[in-house]
Design a protein around this ligand. Structure first.
Ligand SMILES: *[C@@H]1O[C@H](CO)[C@@H](O)[C@H](O)[C@H]1NC(C)=O
Ligand SMILES: *[C@@H]1O[C@H](CO)[C@@H](O)[C@H](O)[C@H]1NC(C)=O
Ligand SMILES: *[C@@H]1O[C@H](CO)[C@@H](O)[C@H](O)[C@H]1NC(C)=O
Length: 359
């Protein structure tokens, strides 16, 4: 009797250990071999720290205060960015390192890196002001990445990793803010914003095709946010006549039109590239919903940033005012979303991104 009870108990323990191992495996098994990121400050995890001339750098406190170790990493937010949250949801890794970081380990290379640069855009003119790494040059960095990857895992396996990698492209806002709205250097050439949008989308198409030619197959391409609600844009338009901070409706309308065009363009690009799967990442609607229904997200402030409020220059540093509860603010500085906002965006776009996995 005692023996059979003991055996039963041992069997029970074995089952318990086995099933918890299975559960652990199900949780930790990566859903894609790697993650690769291209774009601007919405996804730059620290490349600009290594770009001497770059005008936008966040390698100082209080950026990064909610990262493990409270370290400023070059991320323009209080914590993880959208792309880090996605990498974590895919069980790939918690933080996606910048490719320019000099000490990247082989395992970081194999599971994917980040080529984005804060202040970057599709229009080369954007870089005149920001001195960022242009989107057009990010594939060049990607090529040296591929060379290093091949050196680690061999040619065949390297291409398998790149073919299976989840690729995130997030850019465009700087093109409109730096060349069209705040410094209208492109307006003479493109008097209608719709024509400038087509110009930017033409560059985006070329960029996506270049990534495809280098082996990328599963891509998520971000649309524009409600740009007219960025604290910096609202401040730019504030005048004595308008005492209240209000979103600039025309800029939001432009973003909606651009996003509609992008949603038509991406399936056309996909159809022209055999074996590709390209999805649209909607950031406009989730952010618009946060602005309209802040309480739903626990936000008390959607009009100014937690750090530095809504300043135009030197937006956020150790001297500027910092809010006490970062999660109550939709924006961390006068341009960039807070960790709370990125978490909600990642949550709402995850089901679309998930479609890349079984493609
Ligand atoms: C690599 O460099 C980064 C950034 O300078 C640093 O935070 C990290 O500790 C370094 N890692 C190793 C393994 O040396
Ligand atoms: C900070 O704000 C978040 C979101 O509104 C809330 O859930 C949390 O309780 C707040 N924390 C403190 C310490 O008040
Ligand atoms: C994100 O989604 C998960 C699962 O659907 C949910 O448990 C979590 O509360 C969500 N988080 C946010 C910040 O929306």
């Amino acid at each position: 009797m005692a023996t059979s009870k003991t055996i039963a108990f041992i069997l029970f323990l074995i089952t318990l250990v086995a099933s918890s191992n299975a559960a652990k495996k199900a949780i930790t098994q990566p859903l894609a071999p790697a993650i690769l990121i291209f774009g601007d400050s919405s996804v730059d995890t620290g490349n600009n720290n290594y770009v001497t001339d770059a005008n936008f750098k966040s390698n100082h406190i209080p950026y990064g205060v909610d990262l493990p170790g409270k370290a400023a990493s070059g991320r323009f937010s209080n914590g993880k960015l959208y792309c880090d949250i996605i990498a974590s949801k895919l069980h790939i890794k918690e933080l996606v390192p910048p490719f320019l970081q000099p000490n990247l380990s082989d395992s970081e290379i194999v599971t994917g890196v980040n080529f984005a640069s804060a202040g970057s855009g599709f229009d080369e003119q954007t870089m005149l002001l920001s001195k960022a790494i242009p989107l057009a040059d990010q594939p060049t960095m990607f090529k040296s990445y591929i060379t290093r990857l091949k050196g680690i895992v061999g040619e065949k396996k390297a291409m398998e990793i790149i073919n299976g990698a989840i690729v995130i492209v997030s850019a465009g806002t700087n093109d409109f803010i730096l060349n069209y709205y705040d410094f209208p250097t492109r307006v003479e050439e493109y008097p209608k914003v719709s024509d400038y949008q087509n110009f930017v989308l033409g560059k985006l198409e070329k960029f996506v095709k270049e990534l495809y030619n280098l082996g990328c197959r599963k891509m998520s391409v971000g649309g524009l946010s409600p740009m007219g609600c960025l604290p910096i844009q609202v401040t730019t338009k504030l005048s004595k006549g308008i005492p209240k901070r209000r979103c600039i409706k025309s800029q939001n309308k432009d973003a909606v039109l651009y996003n509609k065009k992008l949603q038509k363009l991406l399936p056309a690009i996909e159809a022209s590239l055999p074996g590709s799967k390209i999805v649209y990442a909607n950031v406009y609607d989730p952010m618009n919903d946060m602005i309209k229904h802040p309480a739903k997200y626990g936000f008390k402030e959607t009009k100014i940033g937690c750090c530095g409020g809504a300043g135009l220059s030197d937006m956020c540093n150790s001297q500027t005012k910092l809010c006490s509860n970062h999660s109550e603010y939709m924006f961390f500085d006068s341009i960039h979303p807070s960790l709370a906002t990125y978490t909600h965006i990642a949550n709402s776009s995850y089901s679309t991104l998930f479609k890349l996995l079984d493609a």
